[in-house]
Write a protein of this length. Structure first.
Length: 176
């Protein structure tokens, strides 16, 4: 069996490849570790630096007759309801994963929508990774979201309705 490695070294995909966690300065890594949780189909909610063994599982794999997403759903909803209570939450996951969480007790939920040359970005995972890096590097607060500026992407509009904040980020796609 493989030796356990930090979660960020185990996860694959466009988000993790674009985040390039291993090259970030230590203070930026620490900010991400302290302010983030990661959904794992095998382990539930983890910190970015939690050591885990190698395991190739997705939310669609079966466990005792149920898909892992169904197996975890109730537990993750209960845990996230308490964990995220009164927090500002920026979900950087897809709809399927976000559906496993209960964001009803969060103080604010900030969702980012990315547009390239006026068209909605279909797979925004690299954009979300660069967004996280930028927020961590600049230590942006909720009130400073309009300052977002990475590659050629800028905030076009911020809409706030109650506890939901929708941030439209647009660029020309020169880099991503």
């Amino acid at each position: 069996m493989d030796e356990p490695l930090p979660l960020w070294r185990r996860l694959k995909g466009r988000f993790w490849e674009s985040l390039e966690f291993w090259v970030l300065p230590p203070p930026v890594q620490e900010f991400i570790v302290e302010s983030s949780v990661v959904l794992s189909p095998l382990f539930g909610l983890l910190k970015v630096d939690t050591p885990i063994p190698y395991a190739e599982y997705s939310w669609e794999h079966n466990c005792k007759g149920s898909k892992l997403k169904d197996w975890w759903k109730e537990s993750l909803k209960q845990i996230s309801k308490e964990l995220l209570k009164d927090q500002v939450v920026v979900p950087l996951v897809g709809r399927q994963e976000e559906g496993l969480l209960d964001l009803g007790t969060a103080h604010k939920v900030v969702r980012f929508f990315f547009y390239r040359k006026g068209q909605k970005v279909i797979n925004p995972q690299p954009h979300r990774a660069y967004l996280l890096r930028y927020i961590a590097e600049k230590r942006l607060s909720l009130e400073e979201l309009s300052r977002l500026n990475f590659y050629d992407y800028r905030v076009k509009e911020i809409e706030e309705k109650g506890r939901l904040i929708r941030v439209i980020v647009e660029g020309q796609g020169a880099y991503i």
